[in-house]
Design a protein around this ligand. Structure first.
Ligand SMILES: Nc1ncnc2c1ncn2[C@@H]1O[C@H](COP(=O)(O)OP(=O)(O)OP(=O)(O)O)[C@@H](O)[C@H]1O
Ligand SMILES: [Mg+2]
Length: 312
């Protein structure tokens, strides 16, 4: 597989503060790579360094085999960027905005028209082509922001938290659009602090914390790093200390946490735990409202590695 992004030992400081520390990774052609990390972990800084929008202290960045610099227009035309902060023109309509950004790269008017219409379809803004940005909801505005970044059909797309503060319908639309772009052959670098998104769309994930890579691999490989194999939650249950002790000593139980009326039990191994637990609760006459079992998530892995939650 061809490497289209190569990052070696990237270090970026803001004065004395090290925002990104000795970061090395590659992205292969056609891959969706997720940069997952909590607020302030260095995701946007990394993207801005990759795009040569920021100077950095150390490191080598190659895109499409060429050393990246702010004046490397040959590479820049193959890149589409969707920034975390929305950047569109208030005085232009949806159609005109996309046409403007596409026009920076595509001169042929007929071809550009086709590309703009395709981008509008991809993000589902067909009914809003004549709207101005201030007439759009937050979710629709994010979709416009994306359409502006991808209309010229770039080979590599950087998306920095494109789903923050959008409604569920727009989120779904945005994620489906990204998968569609991948299907058409784009390579995508996607930052987020939503682990569910990473699980849905990323082939490979790098988990960042405080500017450092703390784990990387496919979503499945990362989840296999978790010490636990199953997590059972019981809601609205009233327990005494002695009940908790008994639960702790059940087979495969790794940890038990009881907060107000919710009990969470993590298991080292993930087989037949739920039926055994239900049987135990019945035998002990312990009543509850709801019980459910989950596989470990990337959040659990993050929690184990750093001692804190991904989402703050
Ligand atoms: N211009 C700047 N000057 C000084 N410090 C900065 C600057 N930009 C970012 N930082 C700091 O660098 C660290 C990394 O910031 P960055 O914006 O890259 O994180 P992020 O992972 O993108 O976070 P978020 O999820 O909030 O977007 C943070 O601690 C932030 O406060
Ligand atoms: Mg950011």
């Amino acid at each position: 597989m061809k490497k289209v992004i190569e990052v070696e030992h990237l270090t970026k400081k803001y004065k004395d503060f090290i925002a990104v520390s000795d970061l090395s990774f590659d992205v292969e052609e056609g891959e969706v790579l997720g940069l997952l990390g909590p607020n302030g972990s260095g995701k946007s800084t990394t993207i801005n360094c990759l795009l040569s929008l920021l100077n950095y202290e150390d490191g080598i960045i190659k895109i499409l085999g060429q050393v990246m610099s702010s004046t490397n227009y040959d590479v820049k035309k193959d890149i589409g960027v969707i920034f975390q902060d929305i950047a569109v023109f208030e005085e232009l309509t949806v159609y005109e905005n996309i046409d403007y950004f596409c026009g920076l790269y595509i001169e042929d008017k007929q071809l550009r028209k086709e590309y703009v219409i395709e981008a509008i379809k991809l993000v589902g803004l067909e009914d809003f082509q004549k709207f101005y940005p201030k007439q759009l909801s937050g979710g629709l505005l994010r979709r416009l922001n994306i359409a502006c970044g991808i209309a010229h059909k770039p080979k590599i797309i950087f998306l920095d938290e494109p789903t923050v503060a959008v409604d569920p319908q727009s989120r779904e639309n945005i994620l489906a659009g990204i998968l569609n772009l991948r299907k058409k052959g784009a390579t995508i670098l996607y930052t987020t602090h939503y682990m569910e998104e990473v699980e849905m769309i990323c082939d490979r994930v790098i988990i960042l914390d405080k500017g450092k890579i703390i784990a990387s691999g496919s979503p499945l490989e990362l989840k296999n790093l978790a010490k636990i194999e199953e997590k059972v939650t019981i809601e609205d249950i009233s327990l005494k200390k002695t009940d908790l002790e008994k639960i702790k000593s059940l087979k495969n139980v790794e940890e038990v946490s009881y907060n107000k009326t919710t009990l969470i039990i993590t298991y080292k191994k993930g087989q037949h735990n739920l039926p055994l637990l239900v049987e135990f609760l019945k035998k002990e006459n312990l009543e509850y409202q709801r019980i459910f079992s989950e596989r470990p998530t990337l959040n659990d892995v993050f929690l184990e590695l750093t001692g804190k939650e991904l989402r703050d």
